[in-house]
Design a protein around this ligand. Structure first.
Ligand code: ADP
Ligand code: ASP
Ligand code: MG
Length: 404
């Protein structure tokens, strides 16, 4: 008998009506003689509200308590799904992460799943039961509840599929699949039939919220194929799989963008070994994620300029850390809000010369100024003014013929 793992995201279980719809999908698989394991997120908005509450209670809310608090949303959604299945005559029950148990390691708020214990769930499956498992959470070696990062239910589903050697892992969401770019930002975005782990990982890390980046790393390491499809429309979705399974690669597969970044430039930094480390160490200790980094070559070998980007919400904290850092000398520091990063992604660029030229030229033709550039083997990112993002998205989508 086939075993399928079905994951439902927050918008899919956002209302009672939607939960009823979700249970119809689950029953469909059951009737087609599958064993089914369900993973659910919290009802949409719930996790955000809980986070807000923790901040209202204290600016220094402990990470360990944060995990207990924010993981509670999943408990509600799973119980409602199980309750509806019971109502329809099916044997179903909810399982919290610690009950399975799903064992995690790493820091609170950002743990990783290491082991999914199978014993109890297998027994329940053999009795014809449908387990409904809370996504996003687990338990650590100290028996404390942990969470695995925002959007983490994707990763829960993939790790459960791995441990149970499931035939399919399907991520049900509020869009029909993975698109060439966020369909809520660009109407012309097109659904991608099949995409490689590498491209999906870049798209997700560079701003495509549809899949959590860590979950794609987990899928890639464990060679789990993922289907992404809509909870609300019965249409084929997107397959995320290994590169080898894809016979036709286009040059560019997708475009991702960020919402709100900020740029920091240190002018006239003393050019000596260890300077970059002295700048970035206190940022990293304060959990500030530095993204793009560029350093100019110093003309006289004494001074250089260094630019980097961060999330706009981290700007005030970063300002303070830089200004209080006695280990670095610089002539001037500039802070700029209102910038965003737009990236083109595709394995096809490895074998196709001239892709960056086409990107830069297309943006130049629209008078969009590029402030910072960073590249990897399969992506090119540029930092531009936030107000130009929509124009850049339309331009690049057209330039690389993604709507075709
Ligand atoms: P869920 O609640 O199911 O986990 P998410 O909100 O995490 O869903 O992700 C789905 C959303 O991701 C979509 O509503 C869409 O706006 C956004 N998104 C961003 N980039 C993309 C993309 N390239 N393809 C599809 N959706 C995208
Ligand atoms: N509910 C969690 C979040 O909002 C996990 C998830 O949705 O996957 O981040
Ligand atoms: Mg999500």
């Amino acid at each position: 008998m086939k075993l399928v793992v079905l994951k439902f995201g927050g918008t899919s279980v956002g209302t009672i009506e939607k939960i009823k719809k979700v249970t119809d999908i689950i029953i469909g698989y059951k009737k087609r003689k599958n064993k089914v394991i369900v993973v659910s997120s919290a009802m949409s908005g719930v996790t955000n509200n809980l986070i807000k509450k923790s901040k209202q209670i204290s600016e220094n809310f402990l990470d360990s308590e944060y995990d207990v608090l924010v993981s509670s949303g999943e408990q509600v959604a799973c119980s409602l799904i199980a309750g509806r299945l019971n109502h329809k005559g099916f044997n179903s029950r909810s399982w919290l992460g610690w009950q399975v148990p799903i064992l995690t390691s790493g820091p609170h708020t950002n743990s990783r799943i290491k082991i999914v214990n199978k014993d109890k769930l297998l027994r329940f499956l053999r009795q014809g039961g449908i387990p409904i498992i809370t996504g996003f959470q687990g338990v650590n070696i100290d028996e404390r509840v942990t969470t695995i990062g925002r959007g983490g239910s994707d990763s829960s589903a993939i790790m459960i599929a791995k441990f149970f050697r499931a035939q399919r892992c399907i991520i049900y969401t509020d869009v029909e699949g993975v698109y060439t770019t966020d369909p809520s930002k660009l109407k012309k975005a097109k659904k991608i039939k099949v995409i490689s782990y590498e491209e999906m990982l870049e798209m997700a890390s560079l701003g495509a919220k549809v899949m959590q980046p860590v979950s794609i790393q987990d899928a890639r390491l464990n060679r789990i194929d993922i289907e992404v499809k809509s909870t609300f429309k019965k249409k084929p979705g997107t397959l995320i799989t290994k590169r080898k399974n894809i016979n036709k690669n286009r040059i560019i597969t997708g475009i991702s963008s960020t919402q709100n970044d900020a740029k920091v430039t240190l002018v006239g930094v003393k050019d000596r070994p260890g300077v970059a480390a002295s700048i970035f160490k206190p940022l990293s200790t304060n959990s500030i994620n530095v993204d793009m980094v560029v350093q100019n070559i110093s003309e006289n070998g004494k001074e250089t300029d260094l630019t980097f980007t961060i999330k706009a919400e981290d700007l005030n904290k970063t300002k303070k850390i830089i200004q209080e850092n006695r280990r670095i000398n610089f002539r001037k520091v500039l802070f700029k809000k209102g910038v965003s990063k737009i990236s083109i992604i595709g394995v096809g660029m490895i074998t196709t010369p001239g892709v960056s030229f086409r990107m830069f030229q297309a943006l130049a033709n629209k008078k969009i100024n590029i402030q910072v550039i960073s590249t990897s083997e399969i992506k090119i990112s540029v930092l531009i003014n936030k107000k130009d993002i929509k124009k850049a998205l339309v331009t690049l989508h057209k330039e690389f013929k993604l709507q075709k």
